[in-house]
Design a binder for this molecule. Structure first.
Ligand code: SF4
Length: 355
């Protein structure tokens, strides 16, 4: 992503999203992605897509673990060393160990974030503090142990060894352990259209779930939530839809807190599975069933044709979805009108414009 001179900010505001929730999303974010100059070199990693496009629908809650746990700007760069499953966080040259300070900070900070009612988090990729996955972990070897007179190549070999890209940033790990069901993603992966849609879709689902939970979860509310997410969930996993349906059907025999936790666990697990072209095409066919009696032969043929073109990747998903929405309005189909599948996130984000 290009850097820009965007000024530092703590909360980025924008327009509200009318489609499926009155509230804006609340998303935690690695502070440097907002343009805040908190990086080790005094710079930032402003991501214009996040602040400009996503920022219209989200309020961001920035976190810079390194600065917030007491490191200065600028500062020496850090890295993970040792066991990728349980690495230490050290400065590259001085080998100052920040592991315990960062861990203690992270444990405190995630508790503060409970009050922020986050819908998800966007992490800065590759960072030893903020990276979500595949962060480099180096051999644990103090560079000060390099013998006097060692050449540059020797120093590099002795100090670094081959890094393993198996680490998780220290703050990111604590965050994901504390909030295992919250959608998380890295800014780099948001460049992939399918990963981007999947993440943002989950953010909006989480927001609607939070609204339901905060209003006081009732069995009726859960049934309605499940019903309205049926097609959306089916586009990821029919199995998860069915399993959650059984859970909801037996809601009365569950402790309410257990029920809510188990439902959300299954929901987020299902939604993380990729919504493939074939799954979408099946859902679109399923939708047609609701119009069986009202569509004219021409309309039916047009719909089938568009689904077929989508199946062959000749048109993006937004094409059959737009046609479906047209028929929903035209024939006043109440069940489909309530389905979030037809309107899961603001159309202005153009998340379904890829083939
Ligand atoms: S610690 Fe995280 S938020 Fe702070 S500069 Fe590094 S990547 Fe950005």
């Amino acid at each position: 992503m290009e850097e820009s001179s965007r000024p530092a900010s703590t909360v980025v505001a924008g327009a509200s999203h009318p489609a499926d929730t009155d509230d804006r999303l609340r998303v935690g974010i690695s502070s440097c992605l907002l343009g805040n100059k908190v990086r080790f070199d005094g710079g930032h990693k402003h991501d214009p897509y996040i602040t400009g496009t996503l920022g219209q629908y989200m309020d961001f809650v920035p976190v810079c673990p390194e600065v917030e746990c007491g490191m200065p700007v600028p500062r020496e760069a850090l890295r993970l060393v040792g066991d990728p499953a349980n690495p230490r966080l050290v400065t590259v040259k001085g080998y100052e160990d920040w592991t315990e300070r960062m861990r203690a900070f992270a444990l405190r900070r995630v508790e503060q974030l409970v009050d922020e009612r986050l819908d998800g988090f966007i992490f800065k990729r590759a960072s030893p503090s903020s990276g979500m996955e595949r962060v480099k972990v180096y051999a644990d070897h103090d560079p000060r142990d390099v013998p006097e007179g060692a050449g540059r190549a020797d120093t590099a070999r002795i100090n670094l060894g081959p890094p393993q890209e198996k680490g998780v940033g220290m703050f990111a790990r604590v965050f994901m352990d504390r909030f295992p069901l919250l959608p998380t993603e890295e800014e780099g992966r948001l460049n992939d259209p399918r990963l981007r849609e999947n993440f943002i879709e989950r953010l909006f689902v989480m927001r609607r779930w939070r609204a339901l939970a905060e209003a006081g979860m009732t069995r009726g509310g859960l049934v309605d939530f499940h019903t309205r997410h049926k097609l959306l969930l089916m586009s990821h996993s029919v199995e998860h839809y069915r399993a959650l349906g059984r859970l909801v059907a037996h809601a009365a025999s569950h402790d309410p807190a257990d029920l809510a936790r188990d439902y959300l666990t299954g929901l987020m697990e299902g939604l993380r599975l990729p919504a493939t072209t074939a799954k979408h095409a099946n859902v679109l066919q399923h939708c047609m069933g609701y119009f069986k009696r009202v569509l004219t032969p021409d309309e039916k043929m047009e719909m089938l044709e568009v689904i077929q073109r989508y199946r062959k990747l000749q048109v993006p998903l937004v094409v059959p979805i737009t046609l479906l929405n047209h028929y929903v309005r035209k024939y006043g189909e109440p069940y489909l009108a309530g389905q979030f599948y037809l309107n899961p996130h603001p159309v202005e984000l153009k998340l379904r414009n890829h083939a």
